[in-house]
Design a protein around this ligand. Structure first.
Ligand SMILES: [Zn+2]
Length: 259
């Protein structure tokens, strides 16, 4: 789904497919393939793909538009592929959550009413375990107690082509100190040329490669304004820090509305 999609109403076919997708995913912990969707809805292959694209445009699911089978990557709040949050229902692995933000809302889905939905995740900075028990939208217990959700992108970066990168940037952290540490790791791996460091110690001397530009991470650590302006990842990290307080209070009262 791109940004700035005008308001529209889903077709009846889209609503039928949406209902089937949610029921199937809650029952099985994974999405259906095209044949299963065809058997459940009676829609032809061509119509199914049109309707999947309609649901994607309305932010219900995320499909790979370039694939002939319209591969289903996500059905918010679920992910088809391993994500940062494992979901357990009744003590058994159920599914992957779409992201940390989606995971706190997951226990409000009608098929999970009254059930304990346990979220197993980790701190984005140090990979220490994070565990939350949720029920009917409430967080029943959390380990560690001060756990937060860290958002390392700006809303300006969300939904540029789809929500995969947005969800990737919404992660649990052990506490505010770990959030700060994560926020100070300013560049995503994808932004870095190979063999450059992800982290630099504060006050470390600028090191130059081949007599040229200093390493990007070191320039950021030295606080060079020019470097900040050139690297959106850093803007995102700072935006994430500013959002932390708000996100933390959302996480404790998990009505979704995160997006
Ligand atoms: Zn950590």
């Amino acid at each position: 789904m791109p940004q700035n999609v005008p308001e529209f109403r889903f077709s009846d076919d889209a609503l039928r497919l949406r209902q089937f997708l949610y029921e199937h995913w809650c029952a099985h912990g994974r999405g259906p393939n095209l044949r299963a969707a065809h058997q459940a809805t009676g829609l032809t292959r061509e119509r199914l793909i049109e309707v999947y694209r309609e649901l994607d445009l309305g932010l219900i699911c995320t499909v790979d538009h370039a694939t002939q089978n319209c591969n289903l990557l996500k059905l918010q709040p679920f992910s088809s592929y391993p994500s940062q949050v494992e979901v357990f229902v009744g003590g058994k692995f159920h599914s992957w959550a779409g992201c940390a933000m989606e995971s706190v809302a997951l226990s409000r889905m009608p098929p999970f009413a009254g059930k304990e939905v346990r979220l197993e995740s980790y701190c984005a900075c140090c990979l220490a375990p994070v565990s939350l028990a949720t029920r009917d939208g409430d967080i029943v217990s959390r380990v560690p107690e001060p756990v937060l959700i860290h958002v390392s992108t700006s809303p300006r970066e969300w939904n540029t082509t789809n929500i995969v990168c947005m969800c990737d940037s919404m992660n649990y952290v052990a506490d505010a100190e770990h959030a700060g540490r994560r926020a100070r790791a300013p560049l995503r791996a994808a932004d870095l040329p190979p063999r450059r460091p992800l982290h630099a110690r504060a006050g470390a001397p600028l090191r130059r490669r081949h007599g040229g530009e200093p390493d990007v991470a070191l320039r950021l650590a030295a606080g060079a304004r020019r470097a900040r302006a050139h690297h959106r990842g850093d803007q995102g990290a700072r935006g994430g820090r500013e959002q932390l307080g708000r996100i933390a209070s959302m996480a404790s009262t998990p009505a979704h509305g995160a997006r």
